[in-house]
Each structure stands twice: as structure tokens, then as C-alpha cells.
Write a protein that binds this ligand. Structure first.
Ligand SMILES: *Cc1c(COP(=O)(O)O)cnc(C)c1O
Length: 377
């Protein structure tokens, strides 16, 4: 059996090595290292794939979130509601911009921001909601957009984990994750569903004015060379990374299918385990692209399970072990533990198993047998 990895980037690279290597060599020869034709063609390719009017590439997913918030003109002390159970980047940029983060609880089934909790958290100062499509599953965007419309709020989708997922509305219409809110951010960090070989990110929007504003912000606030109209940042996607993404974008759907296939096999193996709650897989939709495959384990010492798997050569992850409202950097007397029953429970129960595009049946069989062995011991 091939050595099990949390994410197997080497095998994925080996399958596309010729194309990648020749593309990188082309960029090196062209000397168009910054904002060259590869960046432009990736931008167009991703706009086309997502069905969104504007993609603005940038340096990473954290910058993308920050720039999206700058573009919306959010002001210090504006309240921004986001999930308590997510990667810290989301709340970090809210705090950096001196906006007020308002962390709320999540849904126990799909781990995404709770619509009821959003409703309870809205005040006259609330200006935006940041749903995170956690682990690759699109949040309840229809309900979130309704609340936003009612209260005149911006919706910024943190789509770092769900690129390529498709959301289906009640009327049957479909949209790609990241094209539903006013603006969205994504990351091309190597282990993400569409990863480059370094850092990369992008912002998406259908709003022409916002796109124009953001194109200036990513480039030192310049709309005309050496005229700085707004305070900007320097945040660019490298040409070499764009060239890599141009090779990988046509494979994204197949990569996501491979992840969904692995998730299906995991779920099947765990189907009769009473102490394992598996992620839900919708049969007729594409709302989950399994950036992570995350279980809840009940009546089990989760950390001992992690050790057991590691001892058997199986890497695994705990995403995330500490609620954001309990992190030193984001703790606040405004928060009441009673408002976070789900997150406080999930941090004790979740475990993410190896998930990537190259998992084979032997590996899945071995991983699931070791999990089941421990749960039933
Ligand atoms: C990865 C990630 C980010 C940040 O992306 P970087 O490219 O690493 O800056 C932001 N939000 C979420 C939910 C992520 O998973």
C-alpha cells in the first residue's frame, strides 16, 4: 500500500508533471513574472468556470478576504458576523481592519454558520455577514441572502474550502459557491481543492463598481499609474502560480469528483457505526466538494483516536480544536458560553481523515478499519 498522507500533492503533480514543467519553463523564458498573460488567462478562465463577471487574483486567501472588506468600505466598529468554528483567517482580517467581529454558533449537521444564530446577532451596527463554506460544503446561502436583504447587509463568502461546489436554490436554479453573495474570496494554498505550488488567492464579484474598486486596492490604490486614490495594498498572484493554476483548473471538476468518491467510500464503511456521525452526501447535488472529510466521534476519546491512527501510520487532523471565541486574540467579554453549544461540542468530537484526489481503495479500507477498531474496542 502507498504511504498514506493527509494530502498527497506529489502523486497529483506526477500526473500532470509534463504540462506543469513546460508551462513554468515558458514563464521563465518570457520574463513576464508579474501580471503577465498567464495571470490574465487564469482570471478569464476562472470567470468562465464560475460564471461570475469578475475575478481579481491576489496573493493569498487571507488578503482576498481583507481586500473584499476594504472594497465594501466597511468602517471601524462596523459589526461583521461570522462563524465561531472556522480557520482564524476569517476573523483575523475583520479585527485587523478594526471592524468588530461577532462570532456566532454553527449548525451541528454541516458545521456551517447557523442561520438562527445570525438572526440573533444582528444589531443596528451590523454591516456584513461572512459565511464560510466549511470543509467544502456550501452554507445555507438562500436563507443568508434573505436575511442580508432584509437588514441591508453585505454578504462576503469565504470560499477558500469550496471552490467548484454548486449551490441549488429552492426553485432549482444553481450557482457556483462564491458567486452568490456580494463578493467572495478564495485561496489557492497548495492543499486547497484548487491549489497552486505556493500562495495564491482571488476575489470574485458580479458588481462592476466593486470590481473596479478592488482592482485598484490590490495595486496600491492606483487606478491611474502613480495616482493613489484610495489606501491600497500590494497583493498579486505570481505569473508562475497562475501558469500552474491554468494547468490545474481544467482538472478541478475531476479532482472534486475524486474527493466525493472517496467520501462516499468512507461513508459506506462507517454506515453501521453508531458512534460515528458521517458527513451528509446529497445524491443529486454538488453542494459539498470535501475539502476535508470530517467525522464526529461520540462516546470516544477523540485525542486517543488521533494517537491510535498516527501510531498506525495514518495522519489525521483536528479542524478546529479551539473555538475562535475562546482564542486569546479574539476572546471578548461580550461572548457568553451559552451562545456556543454546538461549537463547544464539535471541538471535542471532530476528526478529519486523509482527503485528497489520489486516495485508493486499499488506503480507505485500512483507514476505516483502524478507526472502527478503536471506536469499538
Ligand atoms: C485557507 C483558508 C483561508 C486563508 O487562505 P490563505 O491562502 O492561506 O491565506 C481563509 N479562510 C479559510 C476558511 C481557509 O480555509
Amino acid at each position: 500500500m502507498k504511504k498514506i498522507q493527509m494530502v498527497d500533492l506529489q502523486s497529483q503533480y506526477a500526473n500532470i508533471q509534463d504540462q506543469i514543467d513546460s508551462k513554468i519553463a515558458e514563464v521563465l523564458k518570457s520574463a513576464a513574472y508579474i501580471n503577465g498573460p498567464e495571470v490574465h488567462s487564469f482570471q478569464k478562465g476562472l470567470e468562465n468556470y464560475l460564471g461570475v463577471k469578475h475575478v481579481i487574483p491576489c496573493a493569498n486567501g487571507t488578503d482576498a478576504l481583507q481586500i473584499a472588506m476594504m472594497g465594501l468600505g466597511l468602517k471601524p466598529s462596523d459589526e461583521v458576523i461570522t462563524a465561531d468554528f472556522t480557520f482564524a483567517a476569517t476573523v483575523e482580517v475583520i479585527a485587523l481592519l478594526q471592524l468588530t467581529p461577532v462570532l456566532v454558533d454553527v449548525d451541528p449537521v454541516d458545521f456551517n454558520i447557523s442561520v438562527e444564530a445570525i438572526k440573533r446577532a444582528i444589531t443596528p451596527k451590523t454591516k456584513a455577514i461572512v459565511p464560510v463554506h466549511l470543509f467544502g460544503k456550501v452554507a445555507n446561502m438562500e436563507a443568508i441572502m434573505e436575511i442580508a436583504k432584509k437588514h441591508n447587509l453585505f454578504v462576503i463568502e469565504d470560499n477558500a474550502q469550496a471552490i467548484g461546489a454548486t449551490y441549488t436554490f429552492k426553485d432549482g436554479s444553481k450557482k457556483k459557491a462564491g458567486t452568490i453573495g456580494h463578493v467572495a474570496s478564495t485561496s489557492f494554498f497548495p492543499s486547497k481543492n484548487l491549489g497552486c505550488y505556493g500562495d495564491g488567492g482571488a476575489i470574485f464579484t458580479n458588481d462592476d463598481d466593486l470590481a473596479h474598486k478592488i482592482r485598484g486596492i490590490v495595486n496600491h490604490g492606483m487606478y491611474v499609474r502613480y495616482h493613489h486614490d484610495v489606501v491600497g495594498v500590494n497583493s498579486r498572484l505570481d505569473s508562475i502560480q497562475a501558469a500552474i493554476l491554468n494547468v490545474k483548473l481544467p482538472h478541478l471538476d475531476a479532482y472534486n469528483k475524486a474527493r466525493q468518491e472517496a467520501a462516499r467510500k468512507y461513508n459506506l464503511a462507517f454506515a453501521t457505526e453508531k458512534n460515528i456521525i458521517t458527513p451528509i452526501i446529497c445524491e443529486n447535488c454538488d453542494c459539498h466538494v470535501f475539502h476535508q472529510y470530517t467525522l464526529r466521534v461520540l462516546h470516544t476519546d477523540r485525542d486517543a483516536l488521533v494517537n491510535h491512527l498516527n501510531e498506525n501510520g495514518i495522519p489525521c487532523g483536528v479542524y478546529y480544536p479551539i473555538p475562535l471565541h475562546s482564542q486569546k486574540a479574539y476572546a471578548d467579554t461580550r461572548y457568553d458560553e451559552a451562545d456556543f453549544p454546538v461549537t463547544n461540542q464539535l471541538v471535542k468530537e471532530v476528526i478529519s481523515l486523509p482527503m485528497h484526489t489520489e486516495l485508493d481503495d486499499d488506503q480507505i479500507e485500512f483507514i476505516t478499519s483502524k478507526v472502527i477498531e478503536f471506536i469499538n474496542k
